[in-house]
Design a binder for this molecule. Structure first.
Ligand SMILES: Nc1ncnc2c1ncn2[C@@H]1O[C@H](COP(=O)(O)OP(=O)(O)OP(=O)(O)O)[C@@H](O)[C@H]1O
Length: 306
C-alpha cells in the first residue's frame, strides 16, 4: 500500500515537467506581441524590464508572480492605460496608442453602476459601444443567461452577492465583445467556494468564446486551472522569468492530482528564480482582499473599454 503510494507520487513528479513545456510563439503569428517592454515610474521604480511575450489568438495566458513583479503594470500597458517608457505592445500587428474597443479590462471589483439593474448595466455598455438600441436588450439577456443570472436581470447591484456582481460584470464584458479580455485578479475578493465556481464558469465561457485572455493572479492553482499558458514573473526589476504552456486537457478540475504536482513544480521554479522561500510562500492561495483598482484609472473604461 505504502509502496504503491510512493510509486504514485514518484510518477506524478515525473508527469509535471511534461505537462509544463516552454512556450515558443513566433511574433508573426501572435495576436498580442510585446517586445522589449520596459516601464519606469517617476519614483524610479523599474516595474518592467525587457519583457518579451507573444500571445496567440484564443490563448488564456496567466501572469503569475509575487507582489510587485509588474503583473498589473504589464496588464495596464496592454490595456493602453500605462504608456511604457520603453519597447512596444502591438495587437494584430498595430502598436497600441491607448485604450481601444478591442480590449476590455476587468478588476477585482465588479464596477457596476449602482443605480442601474444588471440588464441596465449591460445595455448601457452596449450603447457606449454604439450597438443599436433595438439589439441591446436581447444581447444583454443572452449574456445574462450565459453567466446563469436569469431571474436577476432586473435586480440592482446591491441586491446581488459578490459572486453574482462579478458574474454581471463578466456578462457585461462579454456582451461588448472585445477580442482581448484583460483581467486583474478578478476573483481575488471572493470567498474560496465562489472563486472556484467563477473559475469553472469562466473556463466554460472561454472554451466557447475563443477570446484571448490575459489574466493576472497570485494563485498558482488558479493559473493552472484556467491557463493555456502561465507566465512566471519576478520583481526588482519586474520581468518574465519563464513562459510555460500547460498541457492538461480542459475542462480542468482542482481535484486532479496532476494539478497539485504542477503547482509544486511552479512554486519550485519561482523559488529557484527568486532565491527566497518567502517569495514562493507569498504565492500560496491568498485570502479574499479588498479591491486595489488604481484610483488613477478612469472607471468608465472598465465599462466601455474607451
Ligand atoms: N503608480 C505607481 N507609481 C510608482 N510605482 C508604482 C506605481 N504602480 C506600481 N508601482 C510599483 O511598480 C512595481 C510593480 O507594481 P505592480 O502593481 O505592477 O506589481 P504587481 O505584480 O501587480 O503587484 P501586486 O500583485 O501586489 O498587485 C511595484 O514595485 C510597485 O510598487
Amino acid at each position: 500500500m505504502v509502496r504503491r503510494l510512493i510509486e504514485r507520487l514518484r510518477g506524478l513528479r515525473k508527469v509535471a515537467p511534461r505537462l509544463l513545456r516552454p512556450a515558443n510563439v513566433n511574433a508573426d503569428r501572435a495576436k498580442i506581441s510585446i517586445a522589449q517592454l520596459g516601464h519606469q515610474f517617476s519614483n524610479k521604480v523599474v516595474a518592467l524590464q525587457d519583457v518579451n511575450l507573444n500571445v496567440r489568438s484564443g490563448e488564456f495566458v496567466c501572469l503569475l508572480g509575487p507582489s510587485g513583479c509588474g503583473k498589473s503594470t504589464l496588464l495596464y500597458a496592454l490595456a493602453g492605460h500605462v504608456a511604457p517608457t520603453g519597447g512596444t505592445v502591438s495587437i494584430d500587428g498595430k502598436a497600441i496608442q491607448g485604450p481601444g474597443p478591442d480590449r476590455l479590462l476587468m478588476f477585482q471589483e465588479a464596477a457596476l453602476f449602482p443605480w442601474l439593474t444588471v440588464r441596465g448595466n449591460i445595455t448601457f455598455a452596449l450603447g457606449a459601444r454604439g450597438v443599436p438600441r433595438s439589439e441591446r436588450r436581447e444581447r444583454a439577456d443572452t449574456f445574462i443567461q450565459r453567466v446563469r443570472l436569469e431571474g436577476f436581470a432586473d435586480s440592482l447591484p446591491h441586491e446581488l452577492s459578490g459572486g453574482m456582481k462579478m458574474r454581471a460584470s463578466l456578462a457585461r464584458a462579454l456582451a461588448v465583445d472585445p477580442t482581448v479580455l484583460l483581467m486583474d485578479e478578478p476573483f481575488g475578493a471572493l470567498d474560496a467556494q465562489t472563486r472556484v465556481h467563477m473559475q469553472e464558469m469562466l473556463q466554460a465561457i472561454w472554451l466557447r468564446s475563443g477570446k484571448t485572455v490575459v489574466f493576472v493572479t497570485h494563485d498558482v492553482q488558479e493559473a493552472l486551472m484556467l491557463g493555456t499558458r502561465v507566465v512566471l514573473m519576478a520583481p526588482r526589476p519586474g520581468r518574465v522569468v519563464e513562459d510555460l504552456e500547460i498541457h492538461l486537457p480542459m475542462p480542468r478540475s482542482l481535484e486532479d492530482p496532476s494539478l497539485d504536482s504542477m503547482a509544486r513544480d511552479i512554486r519550485h521554479r519561482l523559488r529557484a528564480v527568486e532565491g527566497s522561500p518567502l517569495e514562493a510562500q507569498r504565492l500560496e492561495p491568498v485570502p479574499p482582499r479588498r479591491t486595489k483598482t488604481p484610483s488613477s484609472l478612469p472607471r468608465p473604461s472598465a465599462v466601455t473599454g474607451r
